[in-house]
Design a protein. Sequence first.
Length: 273
Amino acid sequence: MRSILLGWVLFFASLAVAQAPVCFRSKYAMEPPVRVRSLRLADGGLLSPKEKSSILRELRRQCSCWPCVVGEEVSQQIRQMYQWHGYFQAVADVDIRQVGGDAFVIAARVQEGPQYRLKGIEFANAAAFPTVQLGELTGFVPGDIFDTRKLAEGLQRLRHLYATRGYLNFTVVPETVPAAGSGSIDLRLDIDEGPVFHLGPLLVIGLDSAPVLVRQLVDTWQPHIGEIYNADFVDNFLDQFLGLSGTRLPRVTYIQDANSHTVTLRMGFTLSD
């Protein structure tokens, strides 16, 4: 059975989920957006009217943000949206015609293929956490529609969990194995946990005129040096000081030492006028 790697697809999907951009930007982002005079989407009628309307609305939104005059890019976007509804092998044939100036007519014909549901999840090389816990974080249970957007969100939760236990170089590669004729997918998540990182020193730059504040920052951080790096702790630490009177948001840099497996936090402040 041929397996399919989802690494790159889910990488970009997870970025979209995490950053929630106002507009999708393609490699042609420097070009102005175009006006879509009409957008037609023909398929096999497997989606509900509500689901199809949501796809059309999203396509119109995206086409108002980027020059969707490249058929391949539009086709990829449509295919991804059908994958959100379990049509993992959907294929979109797109015809784009310019009808004057910057106005375009877009027509797409989609072959949905079968709708897939999750058969099961296998975790490979996962040792730091129970696989039951990891499975819960994916948000999937067997029988669920295989929604690639939902999977991307689950992978984000896995990354966060590992980052709270010092696994800053954690990576996960999804691999799917569709079962021919059964409408089900086996999902394998191949995990590379990497080493455990610990907290290193705190460097405060740009607060020479505020020694009391620098001392406060360093004294708060100092007892935690050597502890396992915890992303939640670091976020809370930063939140505690972001709104301090007389300061702007610091430029925060995380410096990993691959030899000692420590992370030095560099906070660059600029005093307000």
